[in-house]
Design a protein around this ligand. Structure first.
Ligand SMILES: C[S@@+](CC[C@H](N)C(=O)[O-])C[C@H]1O[C@@H](n2cnc3c(N)ncnc32)[C@H](O)[C@@H]1O
Length: 214
C-alpha cells in the first residue's frame, strides 16, 4: 500500500466527513481566526471531535488540559462529560484566558469548565487527582516535565493525550533542528522508552499520542 500523504484536499475531505461543529464552537473558531494571533494553535473540528469522542467513551470525572488558548478543546470535551464531570484547563496568557472565559461563559457548558491562570506545572501541583484524561497542549519544551508531573496522578484507566507530536513532520526530518522540534523528539523517545506506560502515536492532525498505564 502506498503511504498516505495528507494533502490539503484530503484534509478538506476529512473535515467534510466529520460531524460539523456545534454553533458555539463554530463561532469560537471564527472569532479566534479574526481576533487572536497564531490561530494555527486552534485544535479545531477534527481533533475536537476526536477528543469529545474519547470523553464520551471514557466518561471521565476529571479532565485536565494544559494550554487553553481560545478554549476550543475544553468546550469540545465538555459537551460529552458525564453528570458531575469537570474540566480544569490552564493558560499562562491573560489574553488567551480572557478570550476563552468569554466563550466558556456564553456556552452551554460554563458550569463544567474552569480556567486556571498561570504556568501549567503550578496547576498540576494544585490537583490531587486522580486524573482521568489529560490533554497536553502547552509549550512543547515543557512536555517531559508535564508528563512526569501527571503520570503519578493518572487514574488506573486514565489517558494522557499529547498533541503536536509530529510537529508538522519535522520530528522525522534530520535537517530540522529548532528547539521545539528537538523537545518533541526528546518527548516522543522518552514516552516510548518509559516502562510505566504504553503509548501509540496517531497521525491525527499534527500528531496525537495516546498514553496509558502499562
Ligand atoms: C497550542 S495552544 C493550545 C490550544 C488549545 N488546546 C485548543 O484547544 O485550541 C498552546 C497554549 O498554551 C499556552 N501556554 C504556553 N506555555 C504555557 C505554560 N507554561 N502554562 C500554561 N499555558 C501555557 C499558550 O499561551 C497557548 O495559549
Amino acid at each position: 500500500m502506498t503511504p498516505l500523504e495528507l494533502t490539503e484536499a484530503l484534509e478538506a475531505y476529512v473535515e467534510d466527513h466529520t460531524t460539523p461543529a456545534a454553533p458555539h464552537l463554530a463561532a469560537l473558531e471564527a472569532q479566534t481566526r479574526e481576533q487572536l494571533e497564531a490561530p494555527g494553535m486552534l485544535t479545531g473540528l477534527v481533533e475536537g471531535r476526536f477528543l469529545e469522542t474519547l470523553v464520551h467513551v471514557m466518561q471521565p470525572r476529571l479532565v485536565l488540559e494544559l494550554g487553553t488558548y481560545s478554549g476550543y478543546a475544553a468546550l469540545a470535551m465538555a459537551a460529552a462529560l458525564p453528570p458531575g464531570g469537570r474540566i480544569v484547563t490552564c493558560e499562562i496568557s491573560d489574553e488567551h484566558a480572557d478570550f476563552a472565559q468569554r466563550h466558556v461563559d456564553a456556552s452551554p457548558h460554563a458550569d463544567r469548565v474552569e480556567i486556571r491562570r498561570g504556568p501549567a506545572l503550578e496547576t498540576i501541583a494544585q490537583l490531587d487527582g486522580p486524573l482521568d484524561l489529560v490533554f497536553v497542549d502547552a509549550d512543547k519544551e515543557g512536555y517531559v516535565a508535564y508528563y512526569e508531573a501527571v503520570v503519578p496522578k493518572l487514574a488506573p484507566h486514565g489517558l494522557i493525550v499529547a498533541d503536536n507530536t509530529l510537529w508538522g513532520g519535522s520530528v522525522a526530518d534530520p535537517a530540522a533542528g529548532e528547539e521545539s522540534t528537538q523537545a518533541l523528539r526528546a518527548f516522543n523517545a522518552y514516552v516510548r522508552d518509559d516502562p510505566r506506560t504504553v503509548s501509540v502515536m496517531l497521525t491525527v492532525r499534527d500528531g496525537v499520542t495516546l498514553i496509558r498505564r502499562a
